[in-house]
Design a binder for this molecule. Structure first.
Ligand code: SF4
Length: 359
């Protein structure tokens, strides 16, 4: 079987550039460590691409990615300069495409017609929420209907992959609203999703709202619980979540950047641990006393750490509950099994399975 090439972004940042104004939660300069007033020069773009390309292996598929601002809101001459350089690398076969992030209200048919000849392969739209009240309180400057309209336009260009970003825990958000946002996202059928629980970053309006007690971010535990509700419906719909939680860069970790909120360098791992905890609980309910004295549990090796949980909590709880039912547990790791699934067999009984999709 041929292995899929791993994707890698050759990232270039245009922090806040092209944005009509700042959304309450956003400080891209602080996150990326780059000043918003500094425009990328041709030389800097080439240098950065060359340097990052030197670390890309033949086993990886690279896209040159413009992140951190509203690319399609940049002055056209600046967009043309950036895209022209990126296209040279596409034409030389050194990268397979161009990725850019932008706002839903900065997508229109004429914009798509402009982007297409440069070899743009992926567009990421910041939606943040599909609840109009949350969007208004976050000063996004667009509505949920505008997200749907932008998706409709992008979908007229089948060569372009579409990613949607959501930020649970913004002002006015609730778990129910975030779950509804996911339901609406599923109807839009993106190719992938990113989930970034909202953080209080220094220098944002959210910082002021937080300091004046008008906004309380999610705790880490709440953010894990919310994301654990949001991910399974996306899995069931076959929509990959390519990132959960902000990338733990040096800039983000530097003192005084994240002032409050559910930041964790391994946020996705915490969500996986929570979902395995829920799977083990379901499994316990299905294991009844007359099923034989031992239970063989099988997972993919990459899931072992999440299955065991923080400091082994998940697995310890499970094993001690089974001990009370006078059963021994054996853990088997099998790389032929799918990720995020538990299979188990007791005595001569048929193997049973449960996966994150069923949560
Ligand atoms: S969230 Fe997006 S549109 Fe809003 S300020 Fe940040 S980069 Fe600009």
């Amino acid at each position: 079987m041929r292995r899929m090439k791993q994707h890698v972004n050759i990232a270039l940042f245009v922090p806040h550039q092209g944005c009509p104004k700042d959304c309450v939660f956003c400080n891209q300069s602080r996150i990326t460590g780059q000043k918003r007033e500094n425009r990328l020069t041709e030389e800097a773009v080439r240098q950065s691409i060359e340097q990052q390309l030197s670390t890309v292996s033949t086993e990886q598929n690279a896209e040159i990615a413009f992140f951190g601002g509203s690319f399609t809101g940049l002055p056209r001459s600046y967009q043309t300069m950036l895209l022209t350089i990126a296209k040279e690398y596409v034409d030389r076969g050194l990268v397979h495409g161009i990725r850019l992030s932008t706002r839903p209200d900065y997508i229109a048919p004429h914009i798509m017609e402009y982007l297409l000849p440069y070899g743009v392969t992926t567009i990421e739209l910041g939606c943040q929420s599909l609840d109009d009240e949350v969007l208004a309180l976050s000063k996004r400057g667009h509505t949920a209907a505008q997200v749907a309209k932008a998706v409709d336009i992008i979908r007229r260009y089948p060569s372009i992959r579409l990613g949607l970003q959501i930020l649970p825990g913004l002002p006015g958000d609730t778990l129910a609203k975030s779950v509804r946002t996911v339901e609406e996202i599923i109807k839009l059928k993106p190719d992938f999703v990113r989930i970034y629980p909202a953080l209080v970053i220094a220098g944002t309006e959210l910082e002021w709202l937080y300091l004046t007690r008008q906004y309380e971010p999610l705790s880490l535990e709440e953010a894990v619980q919310w994301t654990a509700e949001m991910w399974p419906p996306l899995l069931r719909a076959g929509i990959p979540v390519i990132r959960m939680g902000l990338h733990s860069s040096d800039d983000l970790r530097s003192e005084g950047t994240v002032l409050a909120g559910p930041f964790h360098p391994s946020f996705r791992q915490l969500v996986e641990e929570e979902l395995f905890f829920r799977l083990l609980k379901r499994m316990m309910e299905r294991i009844v006393p007359d099923m034989g004295p031992s239970v063989e549990v099988t997972v993919h090796p990459a899931d072992e750490t999440a299955l065991r949980g923080r400091k082994g909590r998940n697995w310890r709880t499970f094993v001690s509950c089974l001990k009370k039912k006078e059963k021994q547990v054996v853990l088997v790791l099998d790389r032929n099994r799918p990720r995020w699934q538990i299979s188990w067999r007791t005595g001569g009984n048929h193997e049973q399975r449960l996966s994150f999709c069923e949560l």
